[in-house]
Design a protein around this ligand. Sequence first.
Ligand code: AMP
Ligand code: ZN
Length: 470
Amino acid sequence: MKVYNTLTRKKEEFVPLEEGKVKMYVCGPTVYDYIHIGNARPYVVFDTVRRYLEYKGYDVTYVQNFTDVDDKIINRANKEGKTMAEISNRFIEEALKDAKGLNVEPASVHPRVTEEMDGIIAMVQTLIDKGYAYEDKGTVYFDTKKFAEYGKLSKKNLDELIAGASDRVAVDEAKHNSTDFVLWKPKKEGEPSWPSPWGDGRPGWHIECSVMAKHHLGDTIDIHAGGEDLIFPHHENEIAQSEAANGKPFAKYWLHNGFITVDNEKMSKSLGNFFTVRDIAAQFPYEVIRFFILNGHYRSPINFSRELMQACQNGLERIKNCRKEMKFYLDNCKDSAITPEEERKLPELDGFRVQFEAAMDDDFNTADAISAIYELVRFANIQVKAEASKEFVQKIQDMMDHLCGVLGIAEIEEEAETDPETEKIEALIAKRTEAKKNKDFAAADAIRDELAAMGITLKDTRQGVQWFRN
Ligand code: AMP
Ligand code: ZN
């Protein structure tokens, strides 16, 4: 399996530190508002990476944090007359709701900065003790010049960075170098704070991820991931902090997703060109948002548009209809063993798995993996016919379960159980079947028309009535 490593700018063979195990850390959102679809991209993409690693047999420990101490959270709390905790708890809950809707599996641990203060203070102290950090009037800075490899992830040259920064105004006087960054900052009036050896205050942004990764995964981890906007300075600074404090390499593979754009500009809160997942979910089911995200390679930009969402919804329906048809067939057909003719088609069936894995093994190419699923759908639509044996259809269904399961897409069972509209449709179909049995064809046709008006098409088969959304 090959993964593109931002650290080396190359696709590399994936070899975990410990056989059979993967330790993975993904930077999570700052919880001051609903997540937008750009934030949803790392959620969905790295959840899929995790699912694929698990499919490959790895035992994955997956850590995704919530940044619950931040200026933006404090600002919102002040504006609404609430505490920081009230705002962050609310939006953590909302983010978890969206994640669930997007079929993102809960992380092994979801640490929060406010619960990691002891570890943060300990790491900042270690950095001071080792000579990598210095304090000035309650602020602690990381000295970027002391860390010889500073810039290795973002491929930036420290001297050029320093020269560039000094061209700009308002360089913090207390800093030894303009590129030095804050590890701990002193309390400001009306802001939450924690006691520390440098006075009451709160941590800078970058230190939290170094500490949470160390606490929950150890000094060296396999995969560190996030959106590409985090490469510099956030991930560069995480490397500097962790490697300086622990004296060991931090992460073996650095994975970064590309942006979701609007009119080819990054979607972001500050530009105001964003759509929250919640807003989009009011127009398209959550599963379409997930499918939309996986339709592109995770490193390529995706331009968000209604048209593309619509196309994704149609594509997803095609897969789901195929799965429904198969399920219906299996629920209603008689037991029968695979025929010799069907046996001969098994290598072709397995070929879709091979094609799917080849795509995923090539740096998680979900776009090509979805193409393999479409081909499997085409195969299934041809093979699943009245004469197909139950055993053969079961094998096709198992393959579909497997491949869709890795991507977390096109699930069908739950919808049938939970959706009240589905219950209504099925009740109408039962009524129609009854009417037909009683030879009341006018009533049966009226029900068919009623369903058609709801966008439902019926198909009478030997196994009974099947329905599809148009
Ligand atoms: P934030 O809450 O801004 O720290 O972002 C949380 C995660 O979403 C980070 O991994 C970001 O890199 C990622 N992210 C933010 N905006 C976008 C976007 N437009 N496209 C893709 N990823 C994004
Ligand atoms: Zn982070």
